[in-house]
Every structure is written in C-alpha cells, then in structure tokens.
Write a protein that binds this ligand. Structure first.
Ligand SMILES: [Zn+2]
Length: 343
C-alpha cells in the first residue's frame, strides 16, 4: 500500500526527533547562566551565543522591586556557573537566592557573579534618605537598561563575567560583544551618522545629552537615523508615568516627565493626590501616560477619562508584551506605542 505524502513527512519528523538527542550530546556542555531579569537573559544570549544556556528567574510582567525569592529559584542557581543581577537595589532578592543556593561560585565577589549595572552613572540620586518618601533607591534610579547606551555597558559586564567562568570562550564572547554593541549603535543612530562620526564620538555626545544640538549646529542632522530619528516627534512630549521607571528612556529620546501617578515610589496614589495630578496634567498639557503592565491599570484609565490623555502600556522587560522577544524589539515597541499615542 502507498503511504500518503503527509505520512512520509510525519515519519521523517519522528526520525529527526529520535536523532536529535544524539546531536545534542555530541556538542560541548553549555555554560549555565541564571539572571534575575529577562532583559539580562536577552543580553546574555546576545553575548554568549550558543556557548551558554540562560534562564531568567523573574517573569517579564512581575514587579522586580517586590519579588520574593521562591524555592525553585535556588534550585536553578545551584547549578549555575554564572549569576547575573542588575544591582542598584532593584533586584535586592538576588542575594537571598544565591545564599540559599549553596553554590560558592556565584556568591558576591566571586568570578561567577555579575552586577550588570556596574560602571553605569545613575540618575535621581536622593539627596536625603527617608522611608517616609516611599521605596526610594539609595543608589539612584535603577531602571538603567531602558537607555540603549547603558545596555552597551551591561553587555560588557556580562561578557567579562562569561570570560572569567569560561576562559576557552573568551574570544567568542569578546567578538559577540563587539557585534552586539555595533548593532545597538546602528539601531540607535543609523548607518549614515555612524559613518560620519564613529561610535565613540556619538556615545560621548549622547552621554552628555548633547547629540541633537551638536548635529544641528554642524548641519549634519539629516544624517541621523535609527531610533533617534524615529523618536523625533517625541522630543519635548510631556508625559506622566506610573512609576519612576522612565528617566533613562525619556532622557535618551527627548520625552519630558511631568509627574508620576504613584504618590511616592512603591506607594499607590490617594484620591487627593489623583485630583491634584489631574489638575496638573490639564494645566501642563500632558497628552500621554506611561503605565507599565506590572502596575494596576485603573488609575491610568481614570486619569485618561478625566483628561483625554492616552495610556501607553509600556513594558519594562523583554517579553513584557507581545513582540518584545529581544532588546531591540522592546525599544522598537516602546517607540512605536509612544508615537501612536502622541499623534
Ligand atoms: Zn523603581
């Protein structure tokens, strides 16, 4: 009896599936990496390539500030050769996980521990610390990864860590790092501007928030491309954000933060506070509200109803919304959603 083409395909697939484990066993053992946040896992994949097997502990739509270490986390960390946390007090539960794991190689100060934010200058350093101000971050605003320029440093820290725990792969990690940083530069500035000035000059100007003025003065603004060009209609746009998550994104792309929906960081708004905020939003002409999906949506919807401002569901982590499967897609999505709301 003749077999149908479909049955032949099915038989071939079964044969492939049976053959697959043999192929996997033949390859070298991957370096197991555990990260706190998904964005750190995404960057580790870019830098580690197929030498690493990486998993994130937090789900993309869990609030990283308030996450409590679960028993399953320590099991994942027990077998990890490298553990990556953001630091700056955001994922403060990281050390509870590594302590409980009993894995000596990933403790603070060991070669297998990476603080991804090392070397990044933070913003909004509090002048005074007081619990009455809410959940203030003493080392400054920790949401540094929402600026692509900072992600170049995060990637460098992760590549250095991988080189320590897997010296045989160091050349690969260094090459992958260079390629990822170049891809970030091109996504941010576009090819023509990179050809004109080179990445390090553009990065210097960007860090001082002088790039756009510089290009206009030099008459080279028309060479600007990438995310910065796409974000042109957002420059000067006043927004109100649910949490103090967005200073790095807004400073990079020119949006102006006019206030927060949270009364204090980590503390939801009272009726009184909301009434004052609505008056301010109307007076200042704020048209866009950023509400991270990790926070309740009802306050943003209430303000939108009273003011006509539009709510942007603004994911903060890779995987936090459909179509944000890597870092590039996350920034693309944030810019696309902001542009749609600003129209
Ligand atoms: Zn925060």
């Amino acid at each position: 009896m003749l077999r149908s083409p479909l049955a032949l395909v099915a038989a071939a697939l079964v044969a492939l599936a049976l053959a697959a484990p043999t192929v996997a066993v033949a390859g070298p053992k991957k370096v197991a990496v555990v990260t706190t946040l998904n964005v750190l896992a995404a960057v580790t994949k870019e830098v580690g390539g197929d030498r690493v097997a990486v998993s994130a502990l937090a789900k993309p739509n869990q609030d990283p500030h308030t996450l409590v270490a679960k028993p399953t986390y320590k099991v994942a960390a027990k077998n990890a050769r490298m553990f990556v946390e953001l630091g700056l007090g955001l994922d403060g539960w990281a050390s509870a996980v590594t302590d409980a794991s009993g894995n000596p190689d990933i403790q603070l100060g060991q070669p297998g521990r990476v603080i991804a934010s090392d070397g990044i200058a933070t913003k909004e350093l509090p002048a005074t610390l007081s619990k009455s101000w809410g959940d203030i971050h003493p080392q400054g605003n920790p949401h540094v990864w929402l600026d692509p320029v900072n992600v170049k440093q995060i990637a460098a820290n992760i590549a250095a860590g991988l080189g320590r725990v897997d010296p045989d792969g160091k050349a690969t990690y260094d090459a992958n790092l260079k390629a990822f940083q170049a891809k970030l530069d091109e996504a941010l500035y576009g090819r023509a501007l990179l050809d004109e000035y080179g990445a390090s000059k553009l990065e210097r100007l960007s860090r001082r928030n002088e790039l756009i003025d510089y290009l206009k003065t030099k008459g080279t603004y028309d060479k600007l491309g990438g995310w910065l060009k796409r974000a042109e209609p957002l420059r000067g746009l006043k927004i109100v954000t649910y949490h103090k998550t967005w200073i790095y994104f807004c400073d990079r792309f020119g949006l102006v933060i006019d206030g927060e929906i949270e009364e204090k960081p980590g503390i939801p708004p009272s009726q009184d506070y909301l009434a004052k905020l609505i008056t301010k939003i109307k007076a200042d002409g704020v048209r866009v509200l950023f509400v991270d999906p990790i926070y309740p949506s009802k306050d943003g919807a209430f303000i939108a109803g009273k003011t006509g401002a539009k709510v942007v569901a603004s994911p903060i982590d890779v995987g936090g919304a459909p179509g944000t499967g890597d870092y590039f897609a996350l920034i693309d999505t944030l810019i696309t959603r902001s542009l749609a709301a600003a129209k």
